[in-house]
Design a protein around this ligand. Structure first.
Ligand SMILES: NC(=O)c1ccc[n+]([C@@H]2O[C@H](COP(=O)([O-])OP(=O)(O)OC[C@H]3O[C@@H](n4cnc5c(N)ncnc54)[C@H](OP(=O)(O)O)[C@@H]3O)[C@@H](O)[C@H]2O)c1
Length: 191
C-alpha cells in the first residue's frame, strides 16, 4: 500500500468486501467527550461492552499499534490476530507481534485483502487518520478529570456517519456510551 495513494476510489462497502486496491484500514478507538483516550499510559475509562466490541471486530484480522500501546496491553499480544507494533528502537522485541520501524514499512508488509485495525495510541492514530477508510468510535459520554493523551481532531466534513447506537450506563458499564461508525466521504460514492 502506498501512503500517498489517498485519492483512490473504493468500489465496495468497507467492513464487508475486499475487491479494492490496498488493505482496508479502520481506526478503532474509545474516546471521551473531550477526545481524551489515555492517561499515564492507560485507558481513561473501563467499559466492558467496548472491550467486547473491540474483540468481536478485530478477531481474525490485523491490529496495528504503537510501542506504548503494546506495552500497555495487560497480557501482551492480542490472541487470534496479527499483531503489528511500530517502534524506532531496533533493539526492542515484542513477543507474539511483528515489529516495524515505520508506518510505510508496516503497510508494505500487509496484503491487499487484509483488514488492518489501527488500535492506537494517539501518535499512531494521528499518522493513520489521513489514509484510514473507516472510524469505529466508542464515544464515552463523560469528560475525565485527568488525561494526557488525546485523539486528533476529526474533521466532520471528511466523514459520513453510517451508524450510531447509544447505550445507557448499567451494572457492568459505569458510563453511557455510543458506538459510532463513520466512513470517509470520498470513498462513499455508492452508499
Ligand atoms: N482509548 C483508546 O481506544 C486507546 C487505544 C490505544 C491506546 N490508548 C492510550 O494511548 C496512550 C498511548 O498513546 P501514545 O500516543 O502515547 O503512544 P503510542 O502511539 O501507542 O506509541 C508511540 C510509540 O510508537 C512508536 N512510533 C510512533 N510512530 C512511529 C513510526 N512512524 N514509526 C515507528 N515507530 C513509531 C514510537 O515508539 P518508540 O519510542 O519505541 O520508537 C512511539 O514512541 C496510552 O495511554 C494508551 O492507554 C487509548
Amino acid at each position: 500500500m502506498n501512503l500517498s495513494d489517498t485519492t483512490r476510489t473504493r468500489t465496495s462497502k468497507p467492513m464487508f468486501q475486499y475487491n479494492i486496491s490496498g488493505p482496508m484500514t479502520s481506526i478503532i478507538v474509545a474516546i471521551a467527550e473531550n477526545n481524551a483516550i489515555g492517561n499515564k499510559g492507560e485507558l481513561v475509562y473501563h467499559i466492558p461492552a467496548d472491550l467486547k466490541r473491540f474483540k468481536a471486530l478485530t478477531i481474525g484480522h490485523t491490529v496495528l499499534m504503537g510501542r506504548k500501546t503494546f506495552q500497555s496491553l495487560p497480557k501482551g499480544a492480542l490472541p487470534n490476530r496479527r499483531n503489528i507494533v511500530l517502534t524506532r528502537n531496533e533493539g526492542l522485541e515484542f513477543p507474539g507481534a511483528e515489529r516495524f520501524s515505520s508506518m510505510e514499512e508496516a503497510l508494505s508488509h500487509c496484503a491487499d485483502n487484509e483488514h488492518i485495525f489501527v488500535i492506537g495510541g494517539a501518535e499512531i492514530y494521528r499518522q493513520a487518520l489521513p489514509f484510514a477508510d473507516e472510524l469505529l468510535l466508542t464515544r464515552i459520554h463523560a469528560t475525565p478529570e485527568c488525561a494526557d493523551t488525546f485523539f486528533p481532531e476529526i474533521r466532520q466534513s471528511e466523514w459520513k456517519q453510517t451508524s450510531i447506537q447509544t447505550f445507557p450506563a448499567d451494572d457492568s458499564n459505569p458510563i453511557a456510551y455510543s458506538f459510532i461508525s463513520l466512513i470517509r466521504k470520498r470513498w462513499d460514492k455508492e452508499t
